[in-house]
Design a binder for this molecule. Structure first.
Ligand code: TRP
Length: 362
């Protein structure tokens, strides 16, 4: 959950993006045919609460894969929090609230393993052999690492520089072959593929240990924040899944629009009005243009009333389940403890195979 997902991959038409998109589409088609042949791993950094952008961009698809019968796994990447900031304040609260939102959104802990990065030593030990498989130049070339460093205003730490490698550990410890991500994370999946390939070539030619995972790029349109910029906690423009209906109403009410009375859908020239329309479109499943036409001369006030009503209606069942779950935080912790236990078993097993392949079983 990069707070401000930097579009680091740059030009979407670049050859590597197009190749990744093609692989993503082909993999999704194969996955729908044979879901049980696929292991998914993806996750979030516990830097804050999940918002509607996360829901439409990733959570909804995780639930769909889970329900298709894919072996689904979610990492709460707590160590990634300190890649670009120097505090772990509120981390426990953020972690528990992620679990609440996942489960409220339909993630079933009996089907999907939810675990925290810091709880799995054997996963982290993969870091040492993996670091030997990448060069310093390759690490420095990663466009997302570069832009995250710039956005953080901090000097490049060793952890930030090597974070694509521990993301490779996240993905490969459970031998995931599908990794749903936003395009900012594409370079990390690319390096994961390289690491898997090099490990197999170097140590495990006969019996490859790791798959070369495919990134799965979301089909959902990117949901803009209420001001037309990217939905981001730091801009205060995000509708949180766990906010109350009143908080949501207030946020929408104070969102800026423009001076033109008639409501039209025009993302380039009228980003704020269009962001409201896009939001309403996603939560109602309607075309934003139809909504604009319907509201027309009734103006921004009527638009905001419509957005508020439709967002709150859409989120009401989620919020109800969330509130119910939050009454019993022991169960939420148990979900995490079970996931961590299972993740440790899987990681031990994989690390064992790695030691075996490397001739390090004494
Ligand atoms: N880097 C991801 C983000 O910023 C979170 C993440 C951590 C992740 N480990 C992962 C995503 C492994 C996919 C696979 O949101």
């Amino acid at each position: 959950m990069a707070e401000e997902q930097v579009t680091a991959v740059g030009n979407e038409m670049s050859a590597s993006f197009l190749a990744a998109k093609k692989r993503s589409d082909e993999t999704m088609a194969a996955l729908k045919e044979n879901p049980d042949k696929f292991t998914m791993l993806t996750g979030d950094r516990p830097t804050g609460r999940l918002h509607l952008g996360h829901y439409f961009g990733s959570i909804r698809e995780r639930v769909a894969m889970q329900n298709l019968g894919v072996n689904t796994n979610i990492i709460i990447a707590d160590y990634q929090v300190i890649t670009d900031r120097d505090t772990t304040e509120h981390i426990e609260d953020n972690v528990l609230n992620l679990v609440l939102d996942y489960v409220a959104a339909g993630i079933d802990p009996n089907k999907t393993m939810i675990y925290t990065h810091s709880a799995v030593p054997a996963e982290n030990q993969l870091m040492l052999p993996f670091l030997s498989l990448v060069t310093e130049a390759e690490l420095h070339r990663n466009p997302t690492v570069k832009s995250e460093m710039e956005a953080s205003g901090h000097a490049l730490t060793g952890l930030l520089l090597t974070y694509p490698v521990h993301q490779a550990c996240d993905i490969l410890f459970c031998k995931a072959n599908v990794v749903p991500i936003g395009k900012d994370n594409l370079p990390h999946v690319e390096i994961t593929r390289t690491i898997a390939r090099r490990f197999n070539e170097r140590y495990a030619k006969k019996h490859p240990v790791f798959p070369e995972p495919s990134a799965i790029l979301s089909e959902a349109p990117e949901i803009p924040g209420l001001d037309g910029r990217k939905m981001s906690k730091s801009y205060g423009n995000s509708i949180m899944l766990g906010a109350t209906a009143e908080e949501t109403a207030k946020l929408i009410k104070k969102s800026r629009t423009d001076s033109e009375r008639k409501v039209t859908y025009d993302p380039v020239n009228r980003p704020e009005v269009s962001a409201l329309l896009t939001t309403a479109g996603l939560v109602t499943g309607r075309d934003p243009k139809d909504i604009a036409e319907e509201i027309g001369d009734a103006g921004a006030g009527a638009l905001k009333a419509y957005v508020t009503k439709s967002v709150n209606e859409f989120l009401a069942p989620h919020r109800e389940r969330r509130a119910e779950l939050a009454k019993d935080m022991d169960t939420i912790r148990d979900i995490l403890h079970d996931g961590n236990k299972r993740a440790n078993e899987i990681a031990e097993q994989t690390l064992d195979e790695v030691r075996e392949a490397m001739g390090m079983k004494y």
